[in-house]
Structure formats: C-alpha cells, structure tokens
Ligand binder design. Sequence first.
Ligand code: TYD
Length: 415
Amino acid sequence: MYYDHLGCRACGFGTQETASGIKSATPSDHLVPVFDLGLQPLANDFCAPGQEHAGYAPLKVLYCPRCSLAQLSVTVRPDILYSRYSYVTSTSETMMKHFAALADLLIEQKAGPRLLEIGSNDGRMLQYFQSLNMDVCGIDPAANLAEIANKAGVRTVCGLLNEESANEAADRPFDVVIARHVFCHVDDWRDFLRHVWLTTHNESLVCLEVPYCKDMLDRGEFDTIYHEHTSYLTLKAITALLANSPFRLHRVVRFPIHGGAILLMMRSKSSRVSPDPGLAAMLAEEHITLAEWQAFDAKARQAMLAMKETVRAAREQGKRVCGFGASAKSTVWVNACGFTRKDVQFITDTTRYKQWKLSPGTDIPIVDEGALLRELPDIALCFAWNFAAEILEKNALARSKGVKFYVPIPDPKLL
Ligand code: TYD
C-alpha cells in the first residue's frame, strides 16, 4: 500500500545511490521527524458501510535541514489514492473568485491561449477558462471525473501525468500549463517536471499552485497534513529542486485560498522573459527551521485538545454535535481526536460521491447539507474552515435557529 520515503525530494539530502541504482538513506544525514499522528486512514477513502477500505498508513512528517522541505515518511501508492477519488473541485464563490484572479494573472503575463491543466478533476476550472475563449485540455487520473469533464465538453486525457498522457494531450505545445494542488501530491518531482517539459515551448508559463508551508505553520493548519500531501513546500526547497532542471522560478504570488497557497510561476531557463524582481526578497524573508516546526506541533496539539474538550462538554450537557464539510481535513480531525458517531452524529457535504458513506476510519455517516436544517444540531464543527466566511453567511437561517459553528483554524471560535 505504501513505501518508505528516503532522502529529500527537492535537494537529495540523505540519499545515496548504490551501484544498483537503489536509493538508501545515509546513516549520518537523516531527515528530521517533526510531526507524527501515528497510523491514519486515507483522508478521502469514503466507503459505504461494509465496503472494503484501503487501510491505514503512518502519517509522519520529516524535515530537510538542508533545503527546509517537509515531506511524509511514506508514500502511499498513487493508484490506491486516486483511482476512486471523491474530491471534486468546489464551485464555491471563493473558488470562482480565485479562478478569476488566476485568469487576470495570465492576462498580465500576456500568456497565449492554449492551456493545459494537470489534475483537472471534473473540468470545473477549465470550463471557466473555456468561457474566456481559451483552448483548454486536462489530464486527470480519476476515470469518474475525466468522464464528467469530457461529457461537459472539456477535452480530458484520463491518466496520471506521464510520457503517454503528456504526448496524448500535447498535439501542439501549450502556452500555459497549470497544476493546482497537484505538485504536493507527487512523489518523483524530477519525473513530473520532465513530463511537463514535454508539453511546453520555450516561452510557456508553468504555474504550480501549492499550499505554502509557511502559512500552514503560522496558522497551525495541521489538518492539511494527510497522505495525499507528500510535501509541504517552501521557496527554498523549490529553488533547490529547480537548480537541476530546465525551468527557473519566474514569479511567486501568494493567495489566501485553502488556508494559504503560493502560485509558483516558472519559465524555461532559456526564456526571453526576465524573472520578477521581487523574487529574491521573498526568498530571503522565508525562515522555516526546526523551531517553527516545534511551535507548530504545540499549536496543533492544543487545537486537538480544544476541539475534544468542546465536544466532550457538549455531550455532557446533552447537546448534539455534527460536522460541516467532509473535507479531507475532517478525516484528520475526527481520527486525531478519536471521535465516533456518539461524538459527531453526522457530517454534511454537498459532494454526492461522499454522501451515504462513512468518514474514513470512523462510523460517522456523511449526509446531505439539508440535514443541518432538518436536525438543527447545537454545534456544527466547520471542517471546511477555508470557506468559513461563505459558510457562515450561507447558513444564516440555521444559525438563527440556534446552530453554532465551531471554526477550529487558525484559532478556535464558536460563532
Ligand atoms: P476542501 O476544503 O476543498 O478540501 P479538502 O478535502 O482538500 O480538505 O473541501 C471542502 C469540502 O467541504 C468539500 O467536500 C465540499 C464541502 N463543502 C460543503 O459541503 N459545503 C460548503 O458550503 C462548502 C464551501 C464546502
């Protein structure tokens, strides 16, 4: 189901190639363990009762003292993680505004019209770019989602990014290649960049949107650590990686989406376009060391205690608690806190694939969002806190009837 991850994915620290080409950790240069949640289920492994689930794997973060990249100690096989994938890109207002901001950036960069999205999910973002008259194509490994996209008129190649899918998608090179929240899922970065390279020309713009490790650490977002996210990116790490690649960083833009993300814009080292002058300062300001990870660990443990205490106190007073948003983050919370259906009676989610299934590793059912008004629980744990503002506004009626939302990140609030 999973294999050990040895040595830094970005700079190679801690690995040595043996004569047979096998990588092994050198005894003196080990990556440093900084956060450990023990054995955990796969965060998006929503199964119907009685259906076979994928199993458990260690959830432990290792830090590279050379380039500051944090990475999981094991890699779960991608075919297990993504073949029956239930994550569907959100159509929330927050997300639509984000797509518009990305489109503005492309216009500002004078990018051409041919756009490839890697990890295009059900084609939601590509439909938006299509509406701006761009010539789009997607690559996605989930057969159920690629089919939805193709039916909606978004050309989508079904597969992981590899030589075959890259060549199938790129009958002509693309002007823009975007991968949103995909790169942090990838084990072999050099291979990924080699395949991206196959789809580009000399002036293509390659945009990788990834959660920013600094934001995660500052805000204690430990629930974004799960098996799909094999790496927690820093600018220093990406710079180390690109040193041995045909790409260079061109510009970095920070976004509040998903609790804090960076858009890493890259161009070929032989591009005629000069890099953004602000890059060097951003790199120099980034300071992520073991001390930041220690503070993060303490904040995360505190957040788990706070949620457990809220639920315990509510149960003691005979109050009913539910979850709102069966995000991958919700799986991390309910398992880290050891909740069962007795603690959290159900979790609502708008995604049809998740409904009538169980929260991975627990007996907590996922139900439709209407359950909130039907059941009127006393407390809704907001597991989609990255959309909190929108969720609070949208659920004004339930709130007026007494439902309180517990927003756990960045600091717990009952609203
Ligand atoms: P998201 O935060 O996008 O991602 P992740 O799974 O990576 O943690 O997931 C949000 C989940 O919450 C998704 O399954 C959709 C659901 N959701 C609702 O059910 N209602 C809402 O109003 C919103 C904004 C999200």
